[in-house]
Design a protein around this ligand. Structure first.
Ligand code: AMP
Ligand code: TRP
Length: 336
């Protein structure tokens, strides 16, 4: 069975962009692939986090994975820092990666620009840790939003280079970026992607927002000049609202355009807010329903399963590089 691996950071709140661009696809793909869904807390600490809040958000993200429909009977859910192999393989890949290729990462450049001084080494190295996540599990497919495409290309390059220099070790993963929803835009600025770090909190609808906030955010959503409600790239604000409507209702673009043919922007925003509130209601109830015991049992099970696989890949990579260490040196010749 082919494998998928993906992850999200336990920072801030999960928003509609995360759901429509990534999590939603994890849920459908878990039936066809052996699936690993990671809570990437080591990525989270590449920017300063409040420790108590990070721990709370880590637990909350596990609840969110379950509530969106990831089935722990089918998929492995685990916390990145529980599997030390992620950090260990990162070091090895650091010795394969080049400064110049990391300097080209647009996400790093954007984040570094915001920070100016004291840009952390971890932030620079973020994509190598992500490559380690993916390669440890011999992953075939990585379902992510459009913003992660460049990181996936780097992952492939590192795997190809390692395999070339040390012998076939890692499977080369493919990105899975959905045709619709891979880049949900901010409601307050359709030129920017919806993001938890948006300066304007009204641009971003959180999965755990209450009904009033959702209504308010859609009501304030920026629209384009004009009045027609059509899927039209040259009207990015309306196209974004329609894309969200399409993904939440499962209706086709034609059905949606017919439905709104004689209606105005205010009506579109109102219906979209109602659809979102209805969609999120049962989800939010499921988040609240998971117990701590259930959660810790599941995360321990996930950790054990993930470790088993990660260990084999890490040891193979170490042996190929000639860094197996004392315990294994004796049996090494037989294994390579
Ligand atoms: P993060 O919360 O940054 O760890 O992101 C988790 C997942 O959500 C990744 O696969 C991202 O590519 C995806 N994602 C983040 N923002 C958006 C967005 N505005 N539209 C679509 N996908 C997104
Ligand atoms: N960098 C990803 C993001 O911000 C999160 C992530 C970390 C990830 N490791 C991963 C996604 C491995 C897919 C596979 O969205």
């Amino acid at each position: 069975m082919k494998r998928i691996f993906s992850g999200a950071q336990p920072t801030g709140n999960v928003h509609l962009g995360n759901y429509l661009g990534a999590l939603r696809n994890w849920v459908s793909l878990q039936h066809e692939y052996e699936s690993f869904f990671c809570i990437v807390n080591l990525h989270a600490i590449t920017t300063r986090q409040d420790p108590a809040l990070l721990a709370q958000k880590t637990k909350e993200l596990a609840q969110i994975y379950l509530a969106v429909g990831i089935d722990p009977e089918l998929s492995t859910i685990f916390i990145q820092s529980d599997v030390a192999e992620h950090a260990e393989l990162t070091w090895i890949l650091n010795c394969v990666a080049r400064m110049s290729e990391l300097e080209r990462m647009t996400q790093f450049k954007d984040k570094a620009k915001k920070q100016r001084e004291n840009v952390g080494v971890g932030m620079f190295d973020y994509p190598v840790l992500m490559a380690a996540d993916i390669l440890l599990y011999q992953t075939d497919l990585v379902p992510v939003g459009e913003d992660q495409k460049q990181h996936l290309e780097l992952t492939r390059d590192l795997a190809i280079r390692f395999n070339r220099d040390y012998g076939d070790t890692f499977r080369i993963p493919e990105p899975y970026i959905p045709k619709v929803g891979a880049r949900i835009m901010s409601l307050s600025d359709p030129a920017k992607k919806m993001s938890k770090s948006d300066d304007d909190p009204n641009g971003c609808v959180m999965l755990l927002d209450d009904a009033d906030s959702i209504q308010r955010k859609f009501k304030r959503a920026v629209t384009d000049s004009g009045t027609t409600i059509r899927f039209d790239e040259s009207r990015p604000a309306i196209a974004n609202l329609l894309t969200i409507f399409q993904l939440l209702t499962g209706k086709s673009p034609e059905q949606i355009e017919d439905h709104f043919a004689a209606k105005g922007y205010a009506q579109l925003k109102q219906e979209l807010a109602d659809v979102t509130v209805e969609f999120l209601k049962p989800f939010q109830e499921r988040v609240r329903a998971t117990t701590d015991e259930e959660l810790s049992r599941l995360l321990e099970k996930g950790r054990d399963k993930a470790r088993q696989i990660a260990r084999v890949t890490l040891e193979t990579a170490m042996a190929r590089m000639g860094i197996s260490g004392a315990r294994e040196l004796a049996g090494l010749a037989a294994r390579i």
